[in-house]
Design a binder for this molecule. Structure first.
Ligand SMILES: [Zn+2]
Length: 279
């Protein structure tokens, strides 16, 4: 949790970035991606002990509020990106949340909620690509959107990492443990090529997880800080070349040293800022 406040402090020192309080996602927006009975269980605190264990933290009013705002921030980032090019949620990327259950520190699936909200509130014809580079597979996102041809789900993740039962995204690439910069960036280029040939996106939701980094406790990959920067640049260049708006979320990051995770997230934001100026 502490990484979020540290990141916010760093970002607030950047003159060129406008920091906006995260709005809460409404019930209607949440229900574009979630089951009504699940939302009621969350709101009323009626999750069973095993459902709470699967999420990974206990239910509280604050947990509900935080989850709503974390999803609402990705919705807001998407809407802002449509007019400004790039916008970022300083949290979000809660991609393990399924339609009717939470998992792995994820209560609501912000990417699925945001993609559907754009289509419902802005333009029903918008096609959205979700590029999920968190080291864990975007299983909840893949599951919620599996029969939706208007949203493309791409997940580049550690094959031997959580979740151990993977879902089928539109494009999955599972990496071996210890994967280095060269193989990682080649795999990413291959994914972006496939995305280009298979889907005509109008905008991108990018989960810029910090957990592929070599200093991560849970990541199992071996990507350097420079490699992480080149990764972000590759996605942002892909979007800029096609003039596609990009909404980003921070997603995972569990550094052995919290500093290293905060640095990777902040590096992502500074990289995005350089690209934003070119829109
Ligand atoms: Zn992760």
């Amino acid at each position: 949790m502490e990484k979020y406040s540290r990141l916010r402090d760093l970002v607030s020192g950047e003159q060129a970035i406008e920091l906006v309080e995260a709005p809460a996602a409404s019930d209607t927006q949440i229900l574009y991606a979630h089951d009504p009975l699940y939302l009621i269980k969350i709101m009323e605190g009626k999750l069973s002990p095993s459902e709470q264990r699967e999420i990974g933290f206990p239910w509280s009013e604050k947990m509900v509020e935080r989850s709503r705002r974390s999803a609402g921030a990705t919705v807001a980032a998407c809407k802002t990106a449509l007019t400004e090019g790039i916008a970022i949620n300083l949290a979000g990327g809660t991609h393990h949340a399924y339609r009717d259950s939470g998992s792995g520190f994820c209560v609501f699936n912000d990417s699925a909620i945001a993609a559907r909200t754009l289509q419902k509130e802005i333009n029903s014809k918008l096609k959205i690509a979700i590029i999920d580079l968190d080291v864990h597979q975007g299983n909840g996102t893949a599951s919620i959107l599996q029969n939706d041809s208007t949203v493309f789900t791409l997940s580049l993740h550690g094959e031997n990492n959580f979740p151990f039962k993977k879902e089928v995204s539109d494009l999955d690439l599972g990496l071996p443990d210890g994967c280095d910069d060269t193989s990682y960036l080649a795999a990413l280029a291959q994914c972006l090529d496939q995305l280009e040939s298979r889907f005509k996106a109008d905008c991108i939701i990018y989960l810029a997880g910090a957990d592929p980094h070599e200093g991560d406790r849970l990541g199992r990959l071996n990507i350097s800080s420079e490699g992480m920067k080149i990764r972000d640049e590759a996605v942002l260049q892909y979007a800029l070349d096609r003039k596609l708006p990009v909404a980003m979320s921070m997603a995972g990051g569990y550094g052995k040293e919290i500093e290293s995770t905060v640095e990777i997230h902040f590096q992502t934001i500074k990289t995005a800022l350089l690209f934003q100026k070119r829109y």
